[in-house]
Design a binder for this molecule. Structure first.
Ligand code: 6LW
Length: 512
């Protein structure tokens, strides 16, 4: 394939900890989902640049118990692998029993129940191997398949631990052994093992998932080690690239395409200009990899750029980051709810979406308010919907820019004393207030719009010809660094209802 230019991130908006797997000429990629439902989105691509959401690995409560989990708890980093006709995905639910594996023969269909793995730590990964184990009576070679499981926790302190498992049940088949302590950075995590040539390669992330993040590489001729470190670790980092518009790159996974070219997908962030704050979450980036003296050189000598070149396996198209749903044929795959919410509370048919609200509002920190959201994919977007004035008093029906229960902005309509109102409300830390309000007719519907850029979320409504800007809130209020010291997600643009029914007509989100 000839060299092509492509844009990073390849999957924009909150999509961290990517893991990639190729089967033939098809690439599949999964990312972390935390408290959002369904869990572990699966994307498909032919060219590594344009990715389509095709399914989720975790689609029911048995696979994904999130009740009462905190924001950024729940589902951490997944790994996707394919072996002998079966797909395997291993991941941690830190709010349930830890590490587990699910499998399926149809990546677009339903996945199995979890097989829990008795090994500590997070960021589990699988490595499969077929080896000669003897010869039959007729002299024919006999092979044995082995599945190895690694994660970053065990009895002997921080590092990477390995055992054998039954990948269908999760049963551990050997003792967990520490195989690496990392290469000196804090928080060795995100281990993936590959067999390339004569070596087992152990790729991991070190430095923590913030601005010190990076990828390191080790190799050994024995899967249990000892592993030697690449002489120029970290093989990818921006920790010394202050001012670069892409930061915190790390947590990657390698793949070889059908033409023998190598690639890494990893996470990175795009801070708001001139700041060390980011609102879009950790996103998925792609970089070409070449091998030099048996070690990988990632991207531009260990750096990633917004515009890169590589021998892509298919023709890349310009990214289409828009999204719309006319609610005519059920809900589109992109919508997520919070934790374990009743699916019956969201009904899309004949062009309207009905959301049944409960007593929890969006401030519920570990709760399940009636919220349906899509990831904000770019800084500058415009999202619109039409909402009907609720029939019942106290019911709120609206649209939100939502990070978590303690950090969000809302524009909603409610019927109260003396009429119906459209309100803008903010919740930032423990500050909550309605910051603007306008009276609207008690009958019929109105349109709501959120416009976002790197400075503000602006909230508009329209009952006739012209949009009215009701209020705005700073983008900086919904950034990972502001929300918490341990938060891993990004902003969603959502629709919601509180106490009673809310009816919406159409939703669209476009770049502007
Ligand atoms: C994930 C860890 C990390 O488990 O962040 O970027 C944690 N790295 O590897 C949550 O996504």
């Amino acid at each position: 394939m000839e060299m092509q230019t492509y844009q990073n991130p390849v999957i924009s908006g909150f999509n961290p900890d990517p893991s990639i797997c190729r089967v033939g000429e098809d690439f599949y990629l999964v990312t972390s989902s935390f408290e959002f439902f369904p869990g572990v989105p699966i994307y498909h691509s032919k060219n590594l640049v344009n990715w389509e959401l095709i399914n989720y690995c975790l689609t029911d409560e048995e696979q994904l118990r999130l009740k009462g989990c905190g924001p950024s708890d729940g589902i951490y980093a997944p790994t996707l692998r394919y072996w002998d006709g079966v797909w395997f995905m291993t991941v941690t639910n830190i709010s349930d029993k830890g590490n587990f594996i699910v499998h399926t023969r149809d990546i677009r269909g339903k996945w199995s129940a979890p097989g829990w793995v008795d090994q500590k730590g997070i960021d589990p990964s699988l490595y499969f191997e077929r080896s000669l184990c003897g010869h039959g009576e007729d002299g024919a070679p006999m092979y044995e398949d082995r599945a190895y499981f690694c994660s970053n926790g065990g009895e002997e302190g921080p590092g990477i631990y390995l055992c054998q498992v039954n990948p269908f049940t999760g049963e551990r088949l050997s003792a967990s052994r520490k195989i690496s302590a990392g290469c000196g950075g804090k928080a060795p995590e995100a281990p993936h093992i590959y067999r390339i040539g004569e070596y087992y390669y152990l790729m991991m992330a070190e430095g923590g998932t913030e601005y010190g993040h990076g990828i390191t590489m080790q190799r050994s001729r024995d899967i249990y080690g000892p592993y030697e470190a690449c002489p120029y670790n970290p093989v990818l980092t921006h920790r010394d690239a202050g001012g670069d518009p892409i930061q915190a790159v790390g947590h990657g996974d390698l793949t070889e395409d059908q033409n023998g070219n190598w690639w890494v997908v990893c996470l990175g962030i795009r801070p708001l200009e001139g700041s060390m704050l980011h609102n879009l979450g950790r996103e998925t980036f792609l970089a070409p990899v070449v091998w030099q003296d048996g070690w990988p050189v990632i991207g531009n000598n260990g750096r990633i750029a917004g515009q890169m070149q590589g021998p892509l396996p298919g023709m890349a198209l310009p990214a289409d980051r828009g999204f719309s749903d006319d609610f005519r044929t059920g809900l589109r795959l992109q919508w997520n709810t919070l934790r374990n919410h009743r699916a019956e509370d969201f009904q899309a048919e004949k062009g309207t979406l009905l959301i049944r609200g409960n007593e929890e509002d969006l401030d519920a920190f570990c709760g399940s308010p009636s919220f349906l959201g899509v990831r904000q994919p770019q800084f500058c977007i415009r999202a619109k919907t039409e909402v009907f004035v609720p029939r019942t008093d106290k019911t709120k029906a609206g649209m939100t820019a939502f990070y978590n229960g303690h950090f969000h902005y809302e524009i909603y309509v409610e019927k109260g004393e003396g009429g119906a109102y459209v309100n803008v409300r903010r919740r930032l830390f423990d500050l909550e207030m309605v910051t603007a309000r306008a009276a609207v007719s008690e009958e019929g519907s109105l349109e709501l719009k959120i416009e976002a850029d790197e400075d503000y979320y602006s909230f508009f409504y329209r009952t006739g010809e012209n949009w009215v800007l009701l209020d705005r809130g700073m983008t900086r209020g919904l950034t990972t660094e502001i929300t918490d010291t341990r938060s891993f997600t990004g902003v969603f643009i959502g629709l919601f209802a509180v106490e009673g029914e809310a009816k919406f007509c159409g939703f669209s989100l476009e770049e502007r």
